[in-house]
Design a protein around this ligand. Structure first.
Ligand code: NAP
Length: 282
């Protein structure tokens, strides 16, 4: 959960951003959420239950955060007169291969996590119809914490080679680009609509991993393609998570840049050395 104070006018320097973690603000806590938005002009709801597999057997718990929590945040933003950015996901779609999913394509989630996030989108918009912007992202990685590039680097450091699925298509996305997109949207005065903040183009997890491996100096065959069936999980993974970037232009903004450009810029920031991949943070 992130809020930008009125003083910021969306130059939004770090000093102007309030970023309470879960221990400071639990979005399942009605009274805590009600007071949190006072005095801020933009609320960005990044809080979520993101354990996709665990959600299959704990859908109520995922729903409590991703659907009811999101609605609660939207109501609080509305009563504080703040705009809301609700962060959402490619998992609201069914992953059926075809064309990139448009922003207004019908949602059809196939997982408990996806259902909870789709419900969170709908509830947020209903609770704050004049001030909710949905920003869907996918295949996120960032500087801190676990991430796919860090897992690949760790696997390579330990085994010298990794097997990675090559039949799921999506859009790797650097968290910093999403943050930039949110700032740009708010700076442009956007207060409603749906935007896809995902890396441009598309890749399979294998292609994503291969680029990480190459950048770390591993040989071409250090990443080996496998099929999804040989890596079964509780929640089905979408085969096709490619999202369209059709609404950025309508807002007078550039669409997200290609995922390869994001990754190339991110790699120094990720600092995927042997020590950092072991510790999980630079
Ligand atoms: N990662 C991806 O590839 C991806 C893809 C598409 C969309 N997204 C979306 O991007 C957003 C951020 O995801 P992420 O990958 O950064 O996930 P994350 O690392 O799991 O972060 C989610 C955060 O929400 C917090 N949280 C959970 N329950 C909460 C509650 N009841 N009240 C307040 N905070 C709570 C978590 O705190 P704890 O750590 O204490 O549990 C954690 O800090 C989410 O909306 C997610 O749906 C992510």
């Amino acid at each position: 959960m992130t809020g930008c104070s009125p003083a910021s006018s969306l130059g939004c320097s770090p000093d102007d951003v309030l970023a309470p973690g879960r221990s400071q603000l639990d979005i399942t806590d009605e009274s805590a959420v009600a007071s949190m938005a006072q005095g801020v002009d933009v609320v960005v709801n990044t809080a979520a239950w993101t354990a996709v597999d665990a959600a299959e057997s704990a859908e109520d718990a995922a729903h409590a955060v991703n659907a009811l929590g999101a609605e609660r945040v939207a109501r609080a933003a509305r009563s504080a007169g703040a705009r809301l950015v609700q962060i959402s996901t490619d998992y609201v779609f069914d992953g059926a291969p075809g064309r990139p999913f448009a922003e207004d394509a019908i949602v059809n989630p196939t997982t408990a996590y996806g259902r909870s996030k789709a419900e969170g989108e709908a509830r947020s918009v209903r609770a704050h119809p004049e001030g909710t912007t949905i920003v869907r992202t996918s295949w996120l990685y960032g500087r801190y914490g676990p991430s796919f590039p860090r897992s690949i680097a760790a696997g390579l450091a330990e085994h010298g080679a990794v097997d990675v699925v090559d039949d799921q298509h999506g859009q790797p996305t650097w968290a910093r680009d999403v943050a930039r997109s949110v700032i740009d949207l708010m700076g442009a005065g956007v207060s409603v609509g749906t935007f896809h903040a995902t890396g441009g183009g598309q890749a399979t997890w294998f292609e994503f991993a291969a680029r990480v491996a190459t950048s770390l100096g591993y040989p071409d065959d250090a990443v080996r393609p496998i099929a999804t069936d040989s890596a079964a999980r509780a929640a089905p993974r979408p085969r096709w998570s490619v999202l369209a970037h059709g609404t950025w232009g309508d807002a007078g903004l550039a669409a997200p840049r290609p995922w390869r450009d994001m990754l190339d810029d991110a790699l120094p920031d990720l600092a995927l050395t042997a020590a950092t991949v072991r510790n999980g943070t630079p």
